[in-house]
Design a binder for this molecule. Structure first.
Ligand code: B12
Length: 342
C-alpha cells in the first residue's frame, strides 16, 4: 500500500509536468552521490574544464545533492525539446549574409527563464501541498550533475559526446529539475535507458578540434567553451576549426545518428513556441561593428547574453577571417582589417 501511494505521488507530479507545464520528458531519481567521482576528479586535474574556473568551486555540493539541499531524497528531472531532429534548414529564419552560426539551443528565448518559470510553478504547487518538505529548482543554476541524474531518471543515456540522448527524441533537449526532501518512488514504467552508442564514433571523428574522447569532452578544446565561456583570447590553432560557429557549436549533435531525420513511426517531439528560432546566425560584419547597446538589444531574453561584447567581437573576427578564405568580400575584409589586433 505504501509503495502504491508513493507511486501515485510521482504519477501526479509527472502529470503536472507533462500536461500542465508541457515538459517533453519527466523522470525521478534518488538524490544520491555521483557514481563517477573519480572520472570527474581526473577531468578536473587534467584541466579539461578549460577556462571554467567556477566549475572547481562547490565540488563537494556538485558530487552530492544531499549537501546542496540537506535531507534531499529525490530529484525530479524534466526536459524541454528545443529543436527537431533532422535538417537544420527546416522552418528556420533566413540566414544573413556573412553568417556566423548560433548553436540551436540559443536561437529562441533563454531556456533558463523558460524552464525555471515553469519549475517554480511546480515547486509552488508542491510546497503548498507538502509544507514541511523542501524544494529547490535548478536549470544550470546549481552545482549539480544534471545529465547523470537525468540518466538515472530514465530520460536518456549519456552518449559518447557526453550529451544525454533519448532513443526517439535525440539530444536536442535541455534539462532542469527540482531537488527535494520528499521521497518519491519512480513510477513502475520508468526504466534506465541503455547505451545505444554502440561502436559509433561519428561525434568523435567529426569534432574539428578533437575535443571528444568516448564519454568525455575536453572543454579546453571545445568550440562551445571557447566561444561562450572563455573570456580571453582563443589560441590560433583553433581559429580555422571554429569555421563559421559564432556562438556555441552543434557538430557533435548534428552528426549523431539519433538526431538524424526521424525514422518512420517516430513522432516528432513537441517544441514550445518559446524555442522558435528568432535567428540562426548573425552577420559577423554587423557584430564587429556592434556597440554595447547593440549587443544588449540583440541579446534581449536570449541565452547568448552570457557572451560579452569583446567575446562576440573576438568570435566574429575569427569567423570573418574563415569566411574570407572561401571568397573575397571587400566590406568584410575592411571590417576585419579595422578590428584586427596588431
Ligand atoms: C560545463 C557545461 C558545459 C561545458 C563542458 C561540457 C561537458 N561535456 O562537460 C561546455 C561549455 C563545453 C558545454 C558545452 C555544451 N553544452 Co553544456 N553544460 C555544462 C554543465 C553546466 C555542466 C556539465 C558537467 O557537469 N560537466 C562535467 C563533466 C565531467 O561531465 P561529464 O563529462 O558529462 O561526466 C559526467 C558523466 O558523463 C559521468 N561519466 C563519467 N565517465 C563516464 C563514462 C560513462 C561510460 C558514462 C555513461 C558516464 C560517465 O560522470 C561525470 C559526472 O556525472 C551542464 C549543466 C549541468 N549543471 O549539468 C550543461 C549541459 C550539459 N550543457 C548542455 C548543452 C546543450 C551544451 C551544448 C550542446 C551547447 C552548444 N550547442 O554549444 C554543448 C555540448 C558540448 C558537449 N558535447 O558536451 C545541456 C545538455 C543537454 C543534454 N541533452 O545532454 C546541459 C545539461 C545544460 C542543460 N541544463 O540542459 N557545456
Amino acid at each position: 500500500m505504501a509503495t502504491r501511494n508513493k507511486n501515485t505521488q510521482a504519477d501526479r507530479i509527472a502529470a503536472i509536468c507533462k500536461d500542465e507545464l508541457r515538459f517533453g520528458l519527466v523522470g525521478f531519481c534518488a538524490a544520491k552521490q555521483t557514481q563517477h567521482a573519480a572520472a570527474l576528479g581526473s577531468w578536473l586535474r587534467a584541466g579539461k574544464h578549460g577556462s571554467m574556473e567556477w566549475f572547481t568551486k562547490n565540488l563537494d555540493l556538485r558530487v552530492d545533492p544531499g549537501k546542496l539541499l540537506p535531507g534531499a531524497q529525490s530529484i525530479i528531472l524534466v526536459a524541454d525539446v528545443y529543436a527537431p531532429r533532422g535538417d537544420d534548414d527546416a522552418g528556420q529564419p533566413d540566414t544573413p549574409p556573412r553568417a556566423g552560426k548560433i548553436a540551436r539551443y540559443a536561437r529562441g528565448k533563454d531556456y533558463h527563464g523558460v524552464i525555471k518559470r515553469r519549475l517554480h510553478r511546480l515547486t509552488d504547487t508542491l510546497q503548498g501541498k507538502y509544507r514541511r518538505e523542501k524544494f529547490k529548482a535548478f536549470v544550470d543554476t546549481a552545482p549539480i550533475l544534471e545529465r547523470e541524474h537525468a540518466a538515472s531518471a530514465g530520460l536518456g543515456w549519456i552518449g559518447k559526446n557526453t550529451l544525454l540522448i533519448h532513443p526517439e527524441i535525440g539530444s536536442y533537449f535541455l534539462l532542469g529539475g527540482v531537488l527535494t526532501t520528499l521521497k518519491l518512488t519512480p513510477p513502475p514504467e520508468q526504466a534506465v535507458v541503455e547505451d545505444h552508442c554502440g561502436t559509433c564514433t561519428k561525434c568523435i571523428d567529426a569534432c574539428p578540434t578533437d575535443a571528444i574522447a568516448p564519454y568525455s569532452v575536453d572543454a579546453s578544446r571545445c568550440i562551445s567553451e571557447m566561444t561562450i565561456e572563455r573570456r580571453g583570447t582563443i589560441p590560433e590553432e583553433f581559429h580555422e576549426p571554429i569555421g563559421d560557429w559564432l556562438f556555441g557549436c552543434d557538430i557533435c549533435q548534428e552528426v549523431c545518428p539519433h538526431n538524424s531525420e526521424r525514422p518512420e513511426g517516430v513522432e516528432q517531439a513537441d517544441i514550445l513556441g518559446a524555442y522558435k528560432p528568432r535567428r540562426r546566425a548573425f552577420d559577423v560584419l554587423e557584430v564587429l561593428n556592434w556597440t554595447e547597446d547593440d549587443r544588449r538589444e540583440a541579446f534581449t531574453t536570449s541565452a547568448m547574453k552570457r557572451a560579452k561584447l569583446d567575446m562576440m567581437q573576438r568570435n566574429a573576427l575569427i569567423v570573418a577571417k574563415n569566411l574570407l578564405k572561401d571568397g573575397d568580400d571587400p566590406a568584410l575584409r575592411a571590417g576585419v582589417a579595422e578590428h584586427e589586433i596588431v
